[in-house]
Write a protein that binds this ligand. Sequence first.
Ligand code: ADP
Ligand code: MG
Length: 401
Amino acid sequence: MALRTLESLGSLAGKPVVVRCDLNVPLKDGVITDDGRIRASLTTLHALLEQGARVTVISHLGRPDGKPEAKYSLRPVADRLGELLGRPVRFDGRAPADTSPELGEGEVLLLENLRFDPRETSKDAAQREEYARELARFGEAFVSDGFGVVHRKQASVYELANALPSAAGRLVAAELEVLDRLTENPEKPYAVVLGGSKVSDKLGVIDHLLPRVDSLLIGGGMLFTFLAAQGHPVGKSLLEQDQLDTVRGYLGRAEELGVQLVLPTDVVVAEKFAADAANEVAPVDGIESTRFGADGIGLDIGPDTAARFAEIVAGSRTVFWNGPMGVFEFPEFAAGTRAVADALTKVGGLSVVGGGDSAAAVRALGFSDDRFGHISTGGGASLEFLEGKSLPGLEVLGWQP
Ligand code: ADP
Ligand code: MG
C-alpha cells in the first residue's frame, strides 16, 4: 500500500509539525458527549511529543457555513485535549489564518475550527491551495491523522499534504491496515453483515465485497427491499421500490459466485414507528398477517434470524459489520443488533465495526470498544474504501489502491 508513515519524516525533534486530526466530537450545550475521537488522536500526538516535536493540531467541528459560529468552536475540545494529554493546550479562538504560530515550551497549539474559513471546503482548488499555504506556516512537516476526512478533497486534508513534507499518522495507518485486511486476502470464512436504513447507501459496498466474501447477511431496513424482491408483502416497512431490480441482480450474482446470501426468516413487526409500539414476531412471508395487517412495519430481525446470524458471525474468521439490524434506538427493537454485536465479540480472527450509527449502536448497547478487533473512526471514509473508491487524502500520502 506504500502509505508514508511517521518514520518517513525522519527526526522531528525540535521541529514544528502540523497534525490534522478529526476532533469532530458530538456536543450538547457546549459539553462533549463522547470524547472517543479525541482519545483516538492521542497515539499520534504522544508519538510526536515524545520525539520533541512542536505540535499544532488542526481540525474541523460540525458544518459551519464558512464563517465563525460560537456553537462550532473547538474551545471545549481544547480543554478536553489538554486534560487527556496532560499538558497545556493553547487556544486563542481566532481564525486559523490570524493565529500566530508561536508555541511555548511543552505547549500544544490547537487552531480554531478549520471550516470557519470557506476555503477549507471550497470547490475551487486555488482557494484551497491558498488556505493550505496559510496553514503550512505552522509547521515544517504535516501529519495527516483525521481518518474521518481522508475521503474528502479539502485544504487541510489534500492541499496541505502537498504543501509540506507529509505522512500518515498512526490512526490513519492503523485504520488502513485493518480495511486492507478486509479486501486483500481476508482470512476465510469471511462474513459481511449489512443493515442500516437504505440499500441505496450500501450498493457500492455490496458490489465490491460480494466477490470476496463467503456469506453476506442482510438485516436492517434494507432487508425489506430484499424480501419484496422475492415477492413477499412487507406492509409499511422501509421499501425502496426503485432498487428492486438491483437487489434481484444481487440475488442472482450471489448464486453465480457461490456466495451464501443470508436473508432473515423472521422479523419483528410493529404497529407503528415508535419506541412503545405494540409488536409481534412474524415469519417473513407473514408480515401482513399479524394483527396489524398491511399497516405492520418491520423494525428488527426476529429471534430465529438473530440466532442464525450470530452463529455464522461467531464461526467466521473475518467479519465486517455495517448498519444496525433494527431500530436499535428503541430498546424494544434492539435485540437483533445486540445479538450480532455479541457474536462479533466472539470472532476468532478479525472483527470490524464500520459506520457511524453502528459504532454508536455498539457503545449505546454497552459493549466496550476493546471487545472488537476494530471500530472504525470514520464511517464515510471506511465505506468508501470498501467500495474500492480512491480516497484523495490517502493517495496524497503515497497510498495506491
Ligand atoms: P451506519 O451509520 O452504521 O452506516 P446507517 O446510517 O445505514 O448505519 O443506518 C442506521 C439507521 O438504520 C439507524 O438509525 C436505525 O434506526 C435504522 N434502521 C435499522 N433497521 C431499520 C428498520 N427496520 N426500519 C427503519 N430503520 C431502520
Ligand atoms: Mg449512518
